[in-house]
Design a protein around this ligand. Structure first.
Ligand code: FES
Length: 164
């Protein structure tokens, strides 16, 4: 373990990564990278820094650039600070055909922010994402592990009340 790894990743994050590593052959440590980034992000107020990504790469013996590529590809990873709740609103084709644009406008009005912005109180970040794989129930938003489906402005109000 490098000095970077031991100072940047907490013992708890390293323990979680180690738990995942037991599932893969020793020469396939990089298979645990998604979970490693998830735990590291969770512990850092919901976002990843370059230091953290480097530490994960070193811990898994993989090239740092490969970790940057993964972290920047998946929308579940945040590379800048985010609010306590990250609202991912889908605007892909099925949702777009079911008034996703109207839902985005409603969210922006209610929160007083634009896409990829965070409310001044740090409670919410609003992001536009690609298909969330719930097209049958479009339009859809996702917050953490929860999906909000068949959205209407009224359902968005209820969602914000619930999350608030
Ligand atoms: S297009 Fe929005 S969930 Fe698939």
């Amino acid at each position: 373990m490098t000095e970077t790894t031991s100072t940047v990743l907490s013992a708890q994050v390293r323990a979680e990564i180690d738990r995942w590593l037991t599932r893969y052959p020793p020469e396939q440590k990089r298979s645990a990278v998604l979970e490693a980034l998830r735990y590291a992000q969770q512990e850092n107020d919901g976002y990843l820094t370059e230091n953290i990504m480097d530490a994960v790469a070193d811990y898994l013996n993989m090239p740092r650039i490969a970790v940057y590529e993964i972290a920047s590809f998946y929308t579940m990873y945040n590379l800048t600070p985010v609010g306590k709740q990250v609202i991912n609103i889908c605007t892909n084709i099925s949702c777009m055909l079911c008034d996703a644009e109207k839902m985005v406008e409603h969210l922006q009005t209610r929160l007083g922010i634009g896409l990829n912005e965070t409310t001044a109180d740090g409670k919410f970040t609003l992001r536009e994402v690609e298909c969330l794989a719930a097209c049958a129930n479009a339009p859809v938003a996702q917050v953490g592990k929860k999906y909000y489906e068949n959205l209407t402005p009224e359902k968005i109000d209820a969602m914000l009340d619930e999350l608030g």
